[in-house]
Write a protein of this length. Structure first.
Length: 76
């Protein structure tokens, strides 16, 4: 089993521990999300999108609000 396969398996277990019907994690992507309406209230945050397939074959996405490092700490 490759590192990527082990990582996706761990992410799947993490999602299932939160009662999300994730049979298989198929993709992982981190990105910066921007928000706010003006210079004084603008913000940016790092999020991680996990794409998974559920028991009915449907594809879903769950977003973790934090960095990749924080996500790894959550599943270890």
């Amino acid at each position: 089993m490759t590192w990527k396969e082990r990582m996706y398996a761990g992410l799947g277990e993490f999602l299932r521990s939160m009662d999300i019907d994730a049979i298989e994690v198929t993709n992982f992507e981190d990105r910066t999300e921007y928000g706010g309406y003006c210079d004084t209230c603008a913000y940016e945050t790092t999020v991680c999108d996990l794409t998974y397939r559920d028991s009915k074959g449907k594809v879903g996405t769950w977003t973790y609000y934090g960095s990749f490092a924080e996500l790894v700490q959550s599943i270890s």
